[in-house]
Every structure is written in structure tokens, then in C-alpha cells.
Design a protein around this ligand. Structure first.
Ligand code: HEM
Length: 369
């Protein structure tokens, strides 16, 4: 069943408890699939695209269904495949930075972060930049289907069905045009089709899901800029000089993950008793808070050993992020190249609240210098 109004929620942020819950498969993600099956019994054509999407959405699937799809998707997100497509992505990153107007005031989110993260994921998945403006408005609606912290209303399901239907057909059109114009390009679509990983229809549904999941990269990038601006020029220069680009991203990740909270439902009596809750209740796992606790009070010079294993930014356990390597490469390139081209840039607004995938009306005004 989907999340009901009766379910209680407990907030968890101690790193130990977060770790324990995320590694225990009896804490399940919230599945919209069961709800849709109940709701559409006898009317199998209703929510055709939404069902296709939820069935391919790893955030919403549990058990065997989740494992087998994840195993296949991971084949594309390995370092060797991502390294092979990275030269194209690096070009996109550099072009987006080179096109920024020096000595001017801009909203870095609108003019750079959203663009660079979208263009690069389009390239990786096999979509063309041509449809950029058309894809963008769907993203916020899609986010609703990705994290089910709130029970959805029937009208939300209809809205999601319409959105996914439109997106599906737009992507289909784009892929047809794009493949004939650049047949040699390696990307998720060609990789999946060449290896016969998924049917054409399911590949497109996975692309829709990956577009949505990839949004976290945008928020994480915004937070990294925020942290670097808040350091001030001198400290920032030292930090960037004394750390490799990998270390820069690795250390910033403790304070910059774009996913603040994820949810799990308790499914066994034993666990319910241990956590003083009931079966069906939810735990809100506060990744951002847990990470601050892990890194302690010494930001950016953390001496924590093997930080990546302790970092909660990409989640933990069977639902851990598959876009981690891809995102870190982009973040490294973005930060090092941006501050090389604009070393004296500074933030104009006093914004110091982190950006999360749930944030609205986001702005990050910056003087490019
Ligand atoms: C810095 C950027 C990113 C951050 C901080 C991030 C964070 C996360 C987190 C916390 C989860 C776990 C969710 C949960 O357990 O409920 C997750 C899962 C996932 N992420 Fe990312 N993500 C990022 C970028 C990306 C990108 C670029 C992609 C793909 C293009 C991606 C694809 C996925 C997928 C497919 C999952 C689901 C894994 C599963 O349920 O098994 N992520 N991400």
C-alpha cells in the first residue's frame, strides 16, 4: 500500500541509526506501484505511462524488481563507461562557463547551474540540446513522483500521467532525430539498446527517471558554490590550491548533498519494536544532518578516514545512488574551471540556506569576476 494518513513518522539523524536503517532491506522505500495497481484494477489502460515509469523508477521499487533493474543500469554508470563519455561532457561544462558574461551580476542557478547540469545529463542519456526548453518545465512535476513524502491526491496522479505521457513522446521524437544525426555517439540510450538491456519503451521510461534523479546534481552543485563563496576569497583559494579536485568535491560533499531527507517504511514487528514504532510507520532519514555530525565541527579540513564510505550524500545500502561517479566528475570540472576563469567571483545576496531538491524559488546572485 502507499503511504496512508495514519502512518506516523520518526525523524532519524544519528549517523549510526541512519546507517543501520539504510542497510536493512526490511526498511522499504515507499512504493506507488501497489497503490496504482489497487486503484486501476479492471481499468488497465488508466495510468499506462505512470505505471511504466513507476515500474522503472528505482526509488519506488523494492526487492527483485529493484535489484534486477539496478544491476543493468549500473553497467552504464561504471567509471570506465562514464570516463569514455566524459570528454563530451567536459566540453559542455567548459562551453557553459566560457559563455558566461564576465564582470556582470547573474543568478548563477538560472544562468549556469541549471544549464550545465541539464545539458550534461542530456548528452549522457542521448537527448539533444535542441529540446532543452521543452524538457525543463516537466522536471518539477516529475520530482513529485520521485519522492513520496506526502500522500498524493487522485488529481496528482492524473497530472503525472499526462506529464510522463508527453515527456515520453517528446523523448521518442528526439531520439529518432538525434540517433540519425549522430549515430556513433555513446550514450545511455545506445548503450541500453546495443546491449539489449531493456526494451525501447522501458529504456525511455528509465531515461525519464534518470532525468529526474539527476536533478540532485543541480542542488549539490549550488550548495558547493554556496560553501565556496561563504568561505571568502582567501580561504577559498587556499582550499582549492591545497586539495586535489577529487578532495575538493569529497570534502564539500559533507555539507552540500542536494538530498536532505529520504524516507523508509518499517515492515517487520521486530524492527517496529526496536524503533518504538508500528509496522507501516515511516522513518525520515536526515542525510544532511547525519553528514554534519560525521564531519564534525571542522568543515573542509575533515580528517575523517575513507570519507566516501562515511558520507551520506549519496545515500547508503541497496538504494545508494548510481550517479555518484558521474556527478563527482562533473562537479570537479565545474568547480576547478569556474574558479580558474572567475577567481574573484563573489556572492551578492546573503543567501546561506542550503539548496535541496525540495527547495522552491531558488536564486543565487553572484558577481562574475
Ligand atoms: C551530487 C549529485 C547527487 C546526489 C547528492 C544524489 C543523491 C542520491 C541519494 C541520497 C540517493 C538515495 C535515495 C534513497 O535511498 O531513497 C540517490 C539515489 C539514486 N540516484 Fe542519485 N544523487 C546525485 C546524482 C545523481 C545522478 C546524476 C543520477 C543519474 C543520472 C542519479 C541517479 C540515482 C539513482 C538511479 C538512484 C536510485 C538508486 C536506487 O534506488 O537503487 N543520481 N541519489
Amino acid at each position: 500500500m502507499g503511504l496512508t494518513n495514519q502512518a506516523k513518522m520518526k525523524s532519524i539523524h544519528s549517523p549510526k541509526a541512519c546507517d543501520e536503517i539504510l542497510k536493512n532491506k526490511n526498511f522499504e522505500v515507499l512504493s506507488m506501484v501497489d497503490f496504482l495497481n489497487v486503484m486501476t484494477e479492471g481499468t488497465s489502460n488508466d495510468f499506462y505511462y505512470l505505471k511504466l515509469f513507476t515500474g522503472t523508477n528505482l526509488f519506488l521499487t523494492n526487492g527483485e524488481e529493484h535489484l534486477s533493474a539496478k544491476k543493468k543500469l549500473k553497467l552504464f554508470f561504471t567509471p570506465s563507461v562514464i570516463d569514455s563519455i566524459f570528454p563530451h561532457i567536459k566540453q559542455i561544462v567548459r562551453r557553459c562557463i566560457d559563455e558566461l558574461p564576465a564582470n556582470s551580476e547573474i543568478d548563477l542557478l538560472e544562468k549556469f547551474i541549471i544549464k550545465v547540469s541539464s545539458y550534461s545529463i542530456y548528452q549522457a542519456l542521448g537527448l539533444s540540446k535542441k529540446y532543452h526548453d521543452k524538457y525543463l518545465p516537466y522536471m518539477n512535476i516529475l520530482l513529485k513522483a520521485l519522492s513520496l513524502s506526502q500522500p498524493l491526491k487522485l488529481k496528482d496522479y492524473y497530472e503525472l500521467e499526462r506529464t510522463i505521457d508527453k515527456l515520453f513522446h517528446l523523448i521518442e521524437k528526439d531520439l529518432l532525430e538525434n540517433q540519425s544525426s549522430s549515430p556513433g555517439d555513446m550514450n545511455f540510450y545506445t548503450f541500453s539498446r546495443n546491449k539489449e538491456m531493456f526494451s525501447r519503451e522501458k529504456t525511455i521510461a528509465h531515461i525519464i527517471f534518470l532525468l529526474g534523479a539527476g536533478i540532485s546534481n543541480q542542488f549539490t552543485m549550488a550548495n558547493m558554490f554556496l560553501n565556496l563563496f561563504n568561505m571568502g576569497k582567501e580561504k577559498r583559494e587556499l582550499f582549492l590550491k591545497n586539495n586535489s579536485s577529487f578532495e575538493v568535491v569529497d570534502k564539500l560533499l559533507y555539507f552540500s548533498g542536494g538530498v536532505e531527507t529520504i524516507y523508509r517504511r518499517i515492515t517487520t514487528e521486530e524492527l517496529a519494536e526496536k524503533f518504538e514504532m508500528s509496522v507501516g510507520d515511516l522513518t525520515a532519514i536526515e542525510l544532511a544532518k547525519a553528514n554534519k555530525e560525521v564531519a564534525g565541527k571542522c568543515p573542509f579540513s575533515t580528517t575523517v578516514k575513507s570519507p566516501s564510505n562515511l558520507n551520506f550524500a549519496f545515500g547508503k545500502g541497496i538504494h545508494r545512488c548510481i550517479g555518484d561517479y558521474y556527478s563527482c566528475l562533473i562537479l570537479e570540472e565545474v568547480l576547478t574551471y569556474f574558479f580558474k576563469v572567475f577567481p574573484n567571483s563573489r556572492q551578492l545576496s546573503n543567501h546561506d540556506e542550503p539548496f535541496y531538491t525540495t527547495s522552491e524559488n531558488r536564486k543565487l546572485f553572484v558577481l562574475l569576476n
